[in-house]
Design a binder for this molecule. Structure first.
Ligand SMILES: [Zn+2]
Length: 138
């Protein structure tokens, strides 16, 4: 893992669909500009009315088809920017699911890995379970 140990406290936002308060970085921000156009705001800094939604299939799926998205964003109806937004949301969801699948695979791989322990000098040695005599190392 390349992540640093320190973790800044994140601002929390409410998901548009499940109404749960979550750390902002785990949510997608959708912004509605004054002209009524909508778009994704990955940097969380575009001006306009902001809406947040979880990067979860359960929360995004209802927005990807049908009139929910326009309604939730309080738009009159479908528009070009709405279609673009749907594409963006779908891409984000697929990317997040692919990443989670990779992480799950990695976790499963680590769980299956041979048991490794650190000796007194901090060297990693593999514990080998061997029947019979275990002498002659060095
Ligand atoms: Zn949600």
């Amino acid at each position: 893992m390349a992540r640093t140990g320190k973790r800044k406290k994140q601002p929390e936002r409410l998901c548009l669909i499940c109404r749960q308060l979550k750390e902002r970085d785990g949510l997608l921000r959708i912004v509605r500009a004054k002209d009524g156009s909508v778009r994704l705001d990955p940097a969380y800094r575009l001006p306009g009315r902001g809406y947040y939604v979880c990067v979860e299939r359960a929360c995004l799926e209802p927005l990807l088809s049908g009139p929910q998205l326009a309604r939730r964003l309080q738009l009159g109806g479908d528009s070009e920017s709405l279609e673009e937004l749907r594409c963006g949301l779908r891409e984000r969801l697929e990317a997040a699911e692919a990443r989670r699948a990779r992480e799950a695979e990695e976790a499963a791989r680590l769980a299956r890995a041979p048991l490794e322990v650190q000796d007194a000098r901090g060297r990693t040695v593999r514990r080998i379970v061997k029947p019979g005599k275990g002498t002659g190392s060095g």
